[in-house]
Structures are given as C-alpha cells and as structure tokens.
Design a protein. Structure first.
Length: 517
C-alpha cells in the first residue's frame, strides 16, 4: 500500500520521469498479484488506488473489483459515506472509465457524497475534497497541480517530505529548462518576421509553446518541444488567415495551392499568404530532415498530408459559411464542390451536427500536432504504424473531438478573432428546433465525457503506440479546458496563472543559493 501511495505522490508531483523503472516494477508486481489472487481487500481507498494506477499505465484491469463495496441490492454501501479518503479515491478511479456502468455509478455516488460533506469539513479538508472534484488527477496536467499537492499533503511522513523537497528542486530546474526553450522559440518567431506581414494574426509564441510543454513534459525532450512548437504556431496562423485575413477567392486559391503543395501556385496571392506557406514548407522539410537523420524514416509525406487535410476542411467550412452570407446554401456548396471535384475529395458540409463534428475534429489541428509528435519521438516507426497514424486513428480522433467540443462550448470568442466561426451547439440547435442552449450545452458536456472514455480505451495495452505518444494524446486532452476557458474579457485567467507559476515563479527549497550558483 505504501509503495502505491508513493507512486501516486510521485506522479502528482510531476517527478515520475526520475522513477520510470521503479514505478513499472511496482505496478507489474501489483498487476500480477491482482490477476492471480483477485482484489479482495476491504479498504476502498486501496482498491480504488490500485485500479487507477494500473489502468493509468495501460494495464487492462476489470472494474468489477468495486463490486466488493456494493450491498445485496447492487448499490454502493451507505456506510462508505464516512470514508472521505475512500470516496476521493473512488471518484478518481471513475475517471478511468472506458464505458463500464459500475464506474459511472461510482462517479455519481462518490461526487454526490463528497459534495454533500463539504460544509461539514474544516477549511483544509474541504479544499482538498473540492480540488479532487474539480481537478481529478487523470484529467489534469500534473505540473499545473503540483502546488496544490504540496499544500494539501504537508505531513510528517519521511518519504513524503523527501519527495516534496525533490519536487521543489526539480520544479525550479525544469523551469530553467523551459525558460531557455522559450528564448529559442521567441528568437525563432521574431526572425521569421510573420507578425510584420500578418497584422491581423495572433502573436502568442508563449501560449503556443504551452502546448508542447504540456504534451511532452519530460525535461529530456527539449529539442522535441521546440520543434513541435513550430507547426503549432502555423496552425494558429492558418486559422487566423481563414477566420479574419483572406477574401473568399484568396482562401480558395490558398487551399488549392496547399493541396498541391506548390509554392509557384501562390504567385497571384498576397505576400503574407506566400510567406505563410513558405514558412510551413520550410518547417516541414526541416523536421523531416531531422527525423530522417535520427530515425531513418522520411516523414515528409505524412506531415504534408496532415496539413493538407486540415487546410482543405478548414477551407471548405470557411467557404461554406461565408458563401451563405449572400447566397443560398445549395448554391454555395454546389459552386464550391465544382471547384474541388477534380481533387476526388467529396465532403458534404450541410451544417448537420454530426457532420460538423466529424470534419471539425480533423480541422482542429490535433492530427497535425500528433503526427508531428509521433515522428519527433521516433518510437515504433514502422510502415504499419505510419499508415495508422496517417489515417486519423481513434487515439487521435477522440482527442481532437474533445478539443473541438470544448472550443465550441466556450461562450467567449478567441481573443480578437472576428471571424464567422460555427459551433456544434449552433448546428445542434438548428437541427433540433425548440431545444434550449442550456440543453445543447449539457449534451456537449456529455459527449466530452464519452470521448474521454473512448480515449481511455485507446490508451489501454496492447496498442501500437509508445507510452510517450499515448501520454502526449492524453496531455492534449488535459490541456484543452485551460486553453479554451475564456472569461468575459476574452482572456484565459487559468492559463495565465499557470504560465506565471511554471515560467516565472520559484518554489522555495533548501540549499537554493547553492543550486542557483
């Protein structure tokens, strides 16, 4: 039990990259033990913790171990209401659901009782319970929650104190690594000169870097983070070109030129579009060269295909939305379909919710990011896996759908963007006349929950992808709420707070002066 609690603490403190082999050894032993003897432990916290730790690492463990805590009527026992720690463990375990009814029941049962007990707990206990309900570990990024864990678990236990001290040192050392990476990113972005040409576009290299920082937090993967920031920055710029920059004719030509990946096709377009595509081409070639040199595989075809697919669908959506401002939907779609029919790509975008979501997930850019991540990590590059990652597999599509739905759920527009963005909520309301906005938002929230279950299932072993890639997909989903939770001032207060904490502030620790020197 103590070894599992130690693993939980190490992961919550974001220092698990130091103990990968030790963690795997302990979990393998726990898995073998539960497989042979079952889980007959009567302690709810221990059973729930073992289940969560194993499933988080991809072990296929059954959820029916929780049946031991049900009565003869098949309901969770009411005496569990006194076990606050056990209920928190049960709620945390329920977040690893892949669709099992018992985990759905566990989540509802534990959240109901934990919310009910908040008013009866002292301030510290209530804060810990509230933090568990709002930020369950599996759906939160560990380094963002480190400060909360340091505050919540101040104890006298020897190993807890030792791990907390290590976490403080590690936090500040990793912060130094991130600051150096930010300097490189800032210099790269400034040297590009795109902001001078694209006055309408966002100029947020720090925000863009936050994605790779969360996706691959291992401090040893510095080069991969820097390289991944580059295509991410172009995803944002392309979005801005479609949302607020180009005219309909320009965007049609832009989409067709990207589809052919032909720089000469841009000669009739504005300078900023030429510059954007030239940068995109340079980044793709540079990353492909690095991957080929390090991993003996040239990914240029896969990287281009991912960008083309995103740009094509984005162009189609934009063209459809803007064309219908002055023309009928049938005429607008028909005209556009004539222009693209020679490509052999027939995508019918009739603004139905299901179709919108399917295409919106691809145009979100998650596929572009994860294809780049797959090759930059260099794990398991085989023809079979390359074909799989090219084909928008479940682990990517579920993550992309979570992002698209969260984006659409937001009530505030993205900063200074004045484009005509559609949303799943808007499509749903058009399709279901009489339905309220609140009802549509509840449906979206339920869909996000279902996508998390699908993502959890995709991450279980065996799967064709490496642990780093799998966790990268999970980390994108974990970052989404922070990246899309806008306030009334169209700002991201939660993200800004974490950025300040991770990149600017120090955590106090002993011998600080010696380490700083």
């Amino acid at each position: 039990m103590e070894s599992m609690m130690m693993i939980d603490a190490i992961q919550r403190l974001g220092i698990d990259h130091h103990f990968e082999e030790e963690i795997e050894a302990v979990l393998q032993k726990q898995y073998m033990k539960s497989s042979i003897h079952g889980d007959c432990d009567e302690d709810l916290y221990e059973v729930a913790l073992r289940f969560r730790l194993l499933r988080q690492e991809g072990y296929t463990v059954p959820a029916d171990v929780l049946n031991n805590f049900k009565n003869k009527e098949g309901k969770f026992k009411q005496n569990l209401r006194e076990d606050i720690r056990g209920l928190m463990g049960l709620y945390e375990a329920s977040q690893l659901s892949i669709g099992e009814d018992i985990l759905e029941e566990a989540g509802n049962f534990s959240s109901l009782l934990l919310n009910a007990c908040l008013q009866h707990l002292d301030r510290h206990q209530a804060a810990v319970v509230k933090n568990t309900l709002e930020h369950p570990h599996h759906k939160s990024w560990a380094r963002f929650m480190t400060k909360n864990f340091l505050t919540d678990f101040q104890g006298t236990n020897g190993w807890i104190n030792a791990l907390q001290e290590l976490a403080k040192i590690d936090f500040n050392m990793v912060k130094s690594v991130h600051q150096k990476e930010m300097l490189q990113i800032s210099k790269w972005w400034k040297d590009l000169g795109l902001t001078e040409e694209l006055k309408f576009a966002r100029d947020q290299p720090l925000k863009w870097y936050m994605w790779p920082m969360a996706i691959i937090p291992d401090p040893r993967l510095s080069e991969q983070r820097i390289e991944l920031t580059k295509p991410i920055s172009l995803i944002y710029i392309i979005d801005d070109i479609f949302d607020v920059g180009g005219t309909l004719d320009e965007l049609t030509l832009f989409t067709e030129a990207v589809n052919r990946w032909d720089l000469s096709a841009f000669k009739e377009l504005p300078e900023y579009m030429k510059m954007c595509f030239k940068t995109l081409d340079d980044i793709t070639n540079e990353i492909s060269t690095k991957v080929h040199k390090e991993h003996k595989w040239n990914p240029v075809g896969s990287l281009r295909k991912a960008v083309i697919f995103k740009t094509f669908l984005y162009g189609f959506q934009w063209d459809y939305k803007c064309s219908t401002l002055n023309r009928s939907p049938i005429a607008a779609v028909g005209e556009f379909m004539q222009r693209i029919s020679s490509r052999g790509k027939m995508v019918c975008f009739w603004a139905k919710a299901e179709e919108y979501l399917k295409n919106g997930a691809v145009s979100s850019g998650v596929h572009v990011v994860l294809v780049h991540l797959f090759f930059l990590l260099g794990h398991g590059i085989t023809k079979e896996n390359v074909d799989l990652v090219d084909d928008f597999p479940g682990i990517i599509s579920s993550t992309a759908t979570i992002l698209r739905l969260w984006d659409d759920l937001g009530s505030a527009k993205d900063e200074n963007q004045d484009g005509h963005d559609g949303s799943y909520v808007e499509c749903y309301l058009k399709e279901h006349r009489g339905s309220s906005v609140e009802n549509a938002r509840q449906i979206v929230a339920h869909m996000i929950s279902d996508m998390w279950k699908r993502l959890n299932k995709e991450c279980l072993s065996p799967n064709p992808f490496s642990t780093s890639f799998t966790k990268g997909s999970l980390n994108i989903a974990r970052m989404v709420p922070l990246m899309y939770s806008y306030d009334d001032q169209q700002c991201l207060p939660g993200l800004e707070e974490h950025m300040k904490s991770l990149l600017l502030e120090n955590l106090p620790y002993r011998n600080a002066q010696k380490i700083n020197e």
